[in-house]
Ligand binder design. Structure first.
Ligand SMILES: Nc1nc2c(ncn2[C@@H]2O[C@H](COP(=O)(O)OP(=O)(O)OP(=O)(O)O)[C@@H](O)[C@H]2O)c(=O)[nH]1
Ligand SMILES: [Mg+2]
Length: 324
């Protein structure tokens, strides 16, 4: 037994021995982990404690799943994007830096056990990011596939400093492929009904700590499969370009509707799919009135208030005046 175990640690250990419910046991183990003196002599014990915490967490999750617990995140904002990746790759750190959410972040794996949403402001829209527990060969929460299928897009995070890369990333792709979710850089032309392709950007994290060589090898390996972004949460490197890429990848446009003769409201755009027409917009605003739409005027690009036909395809940042 390594020496110098504190009374706090002993108390937590006693609590663990007396605990019956999984949650209580896990909480006590976490307390032991937090109070154990951190030096060379306790290294093995700490590693073992982490493993036991992780195992109990998994048990907790499958327990709720077996009891019919469905885990969902209500979509909010312009789109819902899930953060996917192996343990410890930096998912929660990314959520914390891009949104106001305050997820748990730790240097050990399996920190996140529940989905945690946060809203990422981008220019004048809000995009929902959902931080998730890690996926590995041994572990995928049973509620994950459903939640992932419902998302509009995904970020696949890769830790270039991981000793298991790229196998740990491949495990994520394989586990999802096994439940017919394919992470794709670009939406395929043909899709089997049973499959869910999910448009994915790859995010290479921890660029501040990684060796340039490792980054390049990784980027070359995945360049053909995914658009790639290198970031660091520590230095904020690459975060702004990543936000722009996320927005572009979603293939959405913002349109500002203005009542005839009134100024445009630039605060609250309609967020619409690409190829949405003036008629589609009229329908979105007022289903019954759409048929009575006479014409529209558009400001944006080369247009400065000219009349357009109802089948005119709107573009990002157009201002539209509908005349019924
Ligand atoms: N240097 C550096 N460390 C980072 C960066 N991003 C994350 N980390 C560290 O990596 C560790 C894991 O980060 P998390 O955000 O908890 O990783 P996660 O993917 O959410 O982990 P799980 O929830 O366990 O799957 C923490 O110690 C972070 O501080 C980064 O950009 N640079
Ligand atoms: Mg996490």
């Amino acid at each position: 037994m390594p020496a110098n175990l504190t009374p706090q640690y002993r108390a937590a250990e006693a609590k663990f021995k007396g605990a019956r419910a999984i949650e209580e046991r896990r909480a006590a183990l976490e307390e032991m982990l937090a109070t154990i003196p951190k030096h060379k002599g306790t290294e093995k014990m700490r590693a073992e404690l982490k493993r036991r915490v992780a195992r109990l967490r998994q048990e907790e999750e499958s327990h709720t799943a077996k009891h019919g617990h469905v885990v969902k995140v209500e979509p909010e904002g312009a789109a819902q994007i899930v953060l996917l990746g192996p343990p410890n790759c930096g998912k929660s750190s990314l959520l914390a830096v891009l949104t106001h959410a305050e997820p748990a972040i730790a240097e050990y794996p399996f920190t996140t056990t529940r989905p945690q949403p946060g809203m990422m402001p981008f220019e004048d829209v809000q995009i929902q990011l959902v931080d998730l527990p890690p996926i590995s060969n041994e572990h995928m929460d049973p509620w994950m596939p459903n939640l992932v299928r419902g998302a509009d897009a995904a970020l696949l995070l890769v830790d270039p400093t991981s000793t298991a890369v790229p196998e740990d990333v491949e495990e994520v792709r394989e586990r999802l492929a096994a439940v017919r979710i394919s992470l794709v850089g670009e939406f395929p032309d043909e899709v089997d009904d049973r499959d869910t392709p999910l448009e994915t950007l790859m995010v290479v994290t921890k660029a501040d700590r990684a060796r340039e060589d490792d980054l390049q090898v990784l980027e070359e390996f995945y360049a053909a499969s995914f658009p790639m972004h290198r970031i660091s949460v520590a230095t904020h490197h690459g975060l702004e370009p990543l936000k722009v890429a996320i927005w572009r990848h979603l293939g959405l446009i913002r349109v500002y509707a203005k009542p005839p003769g009134k100024p445009v409201d630039r605060h609250d755009p309609f967020v619409l799919p690409l190829t949405f027409t003036v008629h589609d917009l009229a329908e979105r605003i007022h289903r019954e009135l759409a048929e009575t739409l006479v014409f529209a005027r558009v400001w944006g690009g080369k247009l400065d208030g000219q009349r357009v036909a109802r089948d005119f395809e709107l573009r990002d940042r157009d201002v539209v005046e509908l005349h019924f």
